[in-house]
Design a binder for this molecule. Structure first.
Ligand code: AMP
Length: 466
C-alpha cells in the first residue's frame, strides 16, 4: 500500500465516496503509478500481478470516462479466462455503484450466446469477456465497438499463452483508432511487447517492485530451527499442520528439489518439482498443473521459479534459507494478497543463522520462532488438491480453443461449468482441470464424444507420469 490517498486524484465526489465505502482509501503501488496517466487519457502498460489491485486501477480509469447517458459499449475488457472475467465484472460493478445505472456485461465462452445477445441489444456501457466469445459477437454484429473509448487487455501474457493472439489482434483492429488502451501483464514476453507496439499509442510503462504488492505487509512469517537431517521431513509436517491449499517450497539445489519431491510423494502429497533439468514440455506441464490447482505443492529452485506467474499462493516454504537476502524477500512476496494473509515458513539450521540475521536486518523485523515439535497435524485427512488435469492430444495446430473443450465437457459430456477449471491450449496438446472426483469419468465421456467434430485421445496427466 502507498501513502497516497485516492482523494488526490481528479475523481468525482461520488466515486471517492464509493471507494471510501469499499474500504479503498490509499492506493496500491500499481494504482498510484497507473491512475494519474490513465485518468489523463494516456495509454498505460502496467506490470502487475493478481492481488496488486490492478483491476481497480483500470476500472476506475474506464469508469471515469464513461457517459452513463449513452447506452453503448464504451469500454471493453479482454480477459484470458471466464473466472477472471467474472471477477473483473464484479469489481467494475462494485466501483460503478457511484454512478447511475451503469450496465456491465460479462461475455464469455461456455455460456449460451442468446441471452448475451439479448442483454447487448438492451444496451450496455462496459463489456468484459474472453477473446473467442467477443469475436463471435463481433462477427454476428451483436457487439458494436463504434462508441468504444477504452480498451483494456488484462493478463495479456496469459491470453497469449492460451492462444488468443489472433483474436486479440482482430478485436483491437475493430476498435476505433481514437481510443485509450490499457494493458496489464505480469510478464512481458515478446508477444506482449508486439501487441503493445502495434496497438498502443506512446504508452506509459509503469511497474511496481515484485515483493511490494498490496499484500507485502500481511505475510505471517514463522521460522523453525532444524538439523540438516530433519529438514526434508519437516516439510510434510508443516503441510499437515497448516494445510495450505497451494505452496511453493523453495530449495537451494536441484538435488534437494528431487529429494523433497520424493519425500512428499511417499507421504501421499501431490507435489511436482520444477528445476533446470526439465525439458521444456515437462516444465510447461508442471506449471499448468500447479496453476490449475491439480498439485498442492511446487518444489522449485529460485532459478527455475524465475518469471513464474503464479499469484495467490497460500504458503511459501523456505526449505533452505537463501544466501541472497533479496531472493528471500522475493520468494515470500509470492504469498499473500490484498486483504488476505500470506504464510511464509522457513527452516533454518544453525549454519544458516547468519543469513537469517541479514534478512531480519533488511526486513527491520525479527523472525518469529516456533519449535518444530509443537507442530500438530490439523484435522482433515490427506491434503489433496481440488482439481486433476486431463491431457487432450490436439491443440492450437488443430485449431482447438478453450471454449471448444469447455463446450464438449458441459455439452455432450454433461458436466457443469463449475466442475471445470483452467484450460490451457498449447501447440499440440490441451490441458483441462476438472474436479478431482470426476477425472476418470470425464476422461471416459470425452473419449466417447467428439471435439470439433473429431474423436480425441484423452488421459489423466498423472496416469501418464506414473
Ligand atoms: P486485484 O489485483 O485487482 O485482483 O485486486 C486484489 C484485491 O485487492 C481485490 O480484492 C480488491 O478488492 C482489493 N483492492 C484493490 N485496490 C485496493 C485498495 N486501494 N485498497 C484496498 N483493497 C484494494
Amino acid at each position: 500500500m502507498t501513502d497516497t490517498a485516492f482523494s488526490c486524484l481528479p475523481l468525482s465526489p461520488a466515486m471517492l465516496a464509493n471507494l471510501d465505502q469499499l474500504g479503498y482509501v490509499r492506493m496500491t503501488p500499481i494504482q498510484a503509478a497507473s491512475l494519474p496517466p490513465a485518468l489523463a487519457g494516456q495509454d498505460v502498460i502496467g506490470e502487475a500481478q493478481t492481488g496488486s489491485g490492478k483491476t481497480a486501477a483500470f476500472a476506475v480509469a474506464l469508469l471515469h470516462r464513461l457517459d452513463a447517458a449513452l447506452p453503448r459499449v464504451q469500454a471493453l475488457v479482454l480477459c484470458p479466462t471466464r473466472e477472471l472475467a467474472d471477477q473483473v465484472t464484479q469489481e467494475i460493478r462494485r466501483l460503478a455503484r457511484a454512478a447511475d445505472n451503469i450496465k456491465v456485461l460479462s461475455l464469455c465462452g461456455g455460456s449460451p450466446m442468446k441471452p448475451q445477445m439479448e442483454s447487448l441489444s438492451f444496451g450496455a456501457h462496459v463489456a468484459v469477456g474472453t477473446p473467442g466469445r467477443l469475436i463471435d459477437h463481433l462477427e454476428r454484429g451483436s457487439l458494436d465497438l463504434s462508441a468504444l473509448n477504452t480498451l483494456v487487455l488484462d493478463e495479456a501474457d496469459r491470453m497469449l499463452d492460451m492462444g488468443f493472439l489472433d483474436d486479440i489482434k482482430a478485436i483491437a483492429a475493430r476498435a476505433p483508432a481514437r481510443r485509450q488502451t490499457l494493458l496489464f501483464s505480469a510478464t512481458f514476453p515478446d508477444g506482449v511487447k508486439d501487441i503493445a507496439q502495434k496497438f498502443m499509442r506512446d504508452p506509459r510503462a509503469v511497474k511496481v517492485a515484485g515483493a511490494t504488492s498490496a499484500a507485502a505487509s500481511t505475510i505471517r512469517q514463522i521460522a523453525y530451527e532444524v538439523t540438516d537431517a530433519e529438514r526434508l521431513d519437516a516439510v510434510p509436517r508443516l503441510l499437515r499442520a497448516f494445510r495450505p491449499e497451494s505452496t511453493i517450497a523453495f530449495c537451494n539445489t536441484k538435488q534437494q528439489c528431487r529429494d523433497l519431491e520424493a519425500v512428499l510423494a511417499a507421504q501421499g502429497f501431490v507435489a511436482l518439482a520444477l528445476h533446470g533439468d526439465l525439458e521444456q514440455r515437462d516444465r510447461d506441464q508442471v506449471l499448468i498443473q500447479f496453476a490449475n490447482r491439480s498439485a498442492s505443492v511446487l518444489v522449485a529452485t529460485d532459478v527455475a521459479a524465475r518469471g513464474l506467474d503464479i499469484a495467490n499462493l497460500a504458503c511459501v516454504i523456505n526449505v533452505d534459507i537463501s544466501a541472497d537476502v533479496e531472493q528471500h524477500v522475493h520468494r515470500i512476496g509470492r504469498t499473500g494478497r490484498a486483504g488476505a494473509e500470506g504464510l511464509a515458513l522457513s527452516l533454518a539450521s544453525l549454519d544458516e543463522m547468519g543469513r537469517i540475521g541479514r534478512i531480519e536486518q533488511l526486513q527491520g523485523d525479527p523472525f518469529k520462532w516456533q519449535p518444530l515439535d509443537d507442530l500438530r497435524d490439523a484435522p482433515g485427512g490427506a491434503l489433496l488438491p481440488a482439481m486433476d488435469t486431463l491431457q487432450i492430444l490436439g491443440g492450437r495446430k488443430e485449431k482447438i480453443r478453450p471454449g471448444d473443450i469447455l463446450g464438449a465437457l458441459t455439452g455432450e459430456a454433461g458436466f457443469t461449468a463449475a466442475q471445470i477449471g483452467k484450460i490451457n491450449v498449447t501447440d499440440f496438446h490441451s490441458y483441462v482441470a476438472v474436479e478431482r472426483g470426476i477425472a476418470q469419468e470425464a476422461v471416459r465421456r470425452l473419449s466417447l464424444g467428439k471435439l470439433k467434430g473429431r474423436k480425441v485421445k484423452v488421459r489423466r496427466l498423472a496416469d501418464l507420469a506414473a
